[in-house]
Ligand binder design. Sequence first.
Ligand SMILES: Cc1cc2nc3c(=O)[nH]c(=O)nc-3n(C[C@H](O)[C@H](O)[C@H](O)COP(=O)(O)OP(=O)(O)OC[C@H]3O[C@@H](n4cnc5c(N)ncnc54)[C@H](O)[C@@H]3O)c2cc1C
Length: 438
Amino acid sequence: MSAKDRRPGEPVWAVTAPAAPRTPSLQGRIDTAVAVIGGGILGLSTALALARNGIDTIVLEAGNVGAGASGASGGQVIPGLRFDPADLARVWGAAVGQRAWRFGMDTAEAAFALIRTEGLDCDARQAGWIQAADTETGLAEARRRVALCANAGQDAVLLDRDAIVAATGSAAYVGGWLHRGGGTVNPLALTRALARAALSAGARVHTNSPAVSLARVGGGWAISTPSGHVGAASVLLATNALTGALCPDLARAILPVWSFQIATVPLPERHRARVLASGACVSDTRRVLRYFRTDRDGRLVVGGKGTASPPRRASQFALQHETLRRLYPELADVPVTHRWGGQVAILPGRLPSAHQPAPGLWATIGCNGKGVAWCLAFGARMAEAIAGADPGALPIPLTPVAPIPFHGLRRLYTGAAGAWLRLRDRLDRPIGRTALPS
Ligand SMILES: Cc1cc2nc3c(=O)[nH]c(=O)nc-3n(C[C@H](O)[C@H](O)[C@H](O)COP(=O)(O)OP(=O)(O)OC[C@H]3O[C@@H](n4cnc5c(N)ncnc54)[C@H](O)[C@@H]3O)c2cc1C
């Protein structure tokens, strides 16, 4: 079978990531202070912080660590939330809005600091994150973001056309902005490294151990897996878009949306001096965005909106192939070896949320497409709250879980929302002749 026809599946990250630590499935009954359900970046970074503080912690993961979005993501370490401080102030009030914005902008720095302190082996490269623009709207957004960053002492600069062409090697954009705190990781390697660090800090990690029931018993919580039971004083649900029947209200609070990626073979030397030579990663300012980066071996990885269902055929990746050709026409014939997808948890307000639905039960969800930096940084703060710190000090407020009405119609919602966002992208005034396909 040719690479072109290969069935979509495994993320390219598995090619270069160190092996996952050996972790058993849960057998029998154990008690712990904190049970974290979900072995992605959020669950594992919280477990790591808890264990480093001497708190007895176990992680239950339904599959292997990184089985969810964390192991499949683009690995772009992106600072910030989707919105500006004024927007956040409208949602959370001025003080919390400002605090959340500030925390968000510092997440990439915090993520790389944690990677260094813990020695997480994940091909981390802090070469910056670029938000690229090909429309007037996008450029205006870039200017606004750089001004906000300048006021807050963030290391960000505006990129004109020459600068963005030099940084990306692509003529597709007319400008954008660069945040030097951002960068890239191998996200599967990062998630596995977090699991190793949590284990060495004393946490217990059980894989292939899906939590199938969760109930309040006495003053604590009882969790069952197919072959074991956990008694815990506190529980963190870090199950993201895969929450499912374990906590139906939380599952109904998000819209799971597929995002797909493709990866080429390592680019021939003649292209490497030009294609993303700066080492920065890129996502664009479109509402239905595209994102791209290179990996440590020079593979080009391009992502964007997926179809409504899990990827099964190479033809479902038409948007990603089209984007690759438009970004780098000279790479049109470079073989694509990997195609895969993952589910992003989108909340209607497009902001992450944190909840304490019952005493000792915590949940945080909905980092949208920016969860790598956010989850790495937020885990430590969640750990403090679980350990007894004032939850009012969390970077975002605790809010009630808000199931979306008629969630069964979610495909309709996401389809309609996608069409609306695509239309708005199309109405933005393109500059020059190189606007990306809608
Ligand atoms: C294709 C794609 C590309 C992305 N690209 C980027 C990017 O470049 N940069 C960025 O910042 N963000 C990106 N994101 C978003 C980012 O990956 C997520 O926000 C982040 O990884 C969420 O981490 P998490 O730990 O909350 O969730 P997940 O990684 O999804 O982990 C949840 C875990 O819970 C487990 N689980 C679920 N139910 C149970 C149960 N009952 N019992 C036990 N375990 C259970 C699942 O198996 C899963 O491993 C991308 C997402 C996708 C899908």
